[in-house]
Design a protein around this ligand. Structure first.
Ligand code: SAM
Length: 216
């Protein structure tokens, strides 16, 4: 866990850049200003950690672009103490942002390697989300309902278990579409059997692989 003035300066510039791209939620920006993103990527990529781009992590996956993290987090409309389920722990960076913002965080990753590495990194930084290795397209029944569910991988459809594990008034944020390009989608549960769906801008995520995602 190496912190330096160099990284702090780069991080401040990244936050200015996110503001210029329309991120206005101060709690999101503050969390991202504080979290050492370079600790979530391998040595060879650390110097690029504060560029606004996705970077490779183990298991052929990626740590999402900072703008995407900020956009999805802002879209959740969070208040401190909310119970949030993330699908796709990856490097653990998004989970760190949610913990730093004061959420009760649950996160699922299908790759055992990534699950273990994210756990190690988050623990070293003092974050304590509930982490599990498994198929996140099934949700996490034991801890339902969630006030927010965030999917950080591309889904062909809206997984039914995730809808059913939303609290009334809860929101599911999920990129939905083809393997190459998806629309950021927000599903709001307004009553036990009523869900409103709104679509926003286009993104390109790695696939959600699982029972309610794509085939391996
Ligand atoms: N949120 C991550 C971060 O902050 O680094 C980035 C996530 S990366 C874009 C998408 C992740 O979703 C990958 O690590 C991938 O292994 C994981 N994934 C794909 N399908 C999954 C599933 N069914 N359940 C859990 N994780 C899944």
């Amino acid at each position: 866990m190496q912190e330096s003035y160099k990284y702090r300066g780069k991080r401040a510039k990244l936050i200015d850049h996110l503001r210029s791209k329309g991120i206005t939620d101060e709690a999101v920006l503050e969390a991202m200003l504080k979290i050492p993103r370079h600790d979530f990527v391998e040595g060879a990529f650390q110097d690029q950690a504060y560029e606004d781009k996705a970077l490779p992590i183990r298991a052929g996956q990626t740590i999402s672009q900072p703008f995407t993290v900020a956009y999805q987090t802002q879209m959740m409309g969070l208040s401190r103490g909310m119970k949030v389920l993330e699908i796709g722990t990856g490097s653990g960076y998004q989970a760190a942002v949610l913990c730093e913002m004061g959420m009760k965080v649950f996160s699922i990753e299908r790759s055992q390697t990534l699950h273990e590495e994210a756990k190690e990194c988050l623990t070293a930084l003092g974050y304590e989300p509930y982490l599990k290795c498994g198929d996140g397209s099934l949700g996490w029944k034991l801890y339902q309902p969630f006030q927010r569910i965030l999917v950080t991988a591309a889904s062909p459809d809206i997984p039914e278990p995730l809808k059913q594990q939303l609290d009334i008034g809860g929101k599911l944020i999920i990129p939905v579409g083809g393997r190459d390009s998806q629309l950021m989608t927000v599903v709001t549960r307004s009553s036990a059997d009523r869900f409103e769906v709104q679509s926003y801008q286009r993104f390109s995520f790695v696939p959600l692989i699982g029972a309610h995602g794509w085939e391996d």
